[in-house]
Design a protein around this ligand. Structure first.
Ligand SMILES: [Cu+2]
Length: 161
């Protein structure tokens, strides 16, 4: 299953390379499009959940996934299968200052999971390169009750078409 996804991603990269070399209908730098913004809340007061818990993306488009934590606990956005289907351009942390968002840091390279602390947010900029449906989106943090947030229902599904 996993190697199948890897193969699809490698194949997509190869096709992109061949298209660039041949010069015919090259799509150019797909990571430099205007991003499509998608918002996901990690937790809400009194509940360990992703809102929404079903996400849908399309290959070849640039997304800015804004992960916001409006709850009182830290939360993870973890899906290893998802990270095998995308190219990450960057992860960005911003903060509002005088009503304007100011970028505090950018992270580049392969990202596997993101933790967002209460009252804060992070932006994951990526281009899906392979299709698939993954159901391993979860938050693995263990609370004071001994259960993980996943066990409380903090799980989700991601579809890339
Ligand atoms: Cu959590």
């Amino acid at each position: 299953m996993r190697s199948g996804r890897m193969t699809a991603a490698v194949l997509a990269a190869l096709i992109a390379t061949v298209a660039t070399v041949s010069g015919a209908r090259a799509a150019g730098d797909l990571s430099r499009q205007d991003p499509i913004e998608i918002k996901v809340e990690l937790g809400k007061p009194g509940a360990h959940v992703f809102v929404p818990n079903r996400l849908r993306f399309e290959t070849g488009k640039l997304y800015k996934l804004v992960l916001t934590n409006p709850s009182n606990d830290p939360h993870y956005f973890t899906s290893h299968a998802f990270t095998q289907l995308i190219f990450t351009r960057k992860v960005q942390v911003t903060q509002m200052r005088d009503g304007k968002p100011v970028t505090l840091a950018e992270f580049k390279g392969a990202i596997r999971e993101i933790e967002v602390y209460p009252g804060h947010s992070a932006e994951w900029w990526f281009v899906p390169v392979a299709t698939g449906r993954v159901t391993d989106l979860e938050c693995g943090i263990r609370g004071a009750d001994g259960k993980t947030h996943k066990e409380h229902g903090m799980i989700g599904e991601i579809v890339i078409e």
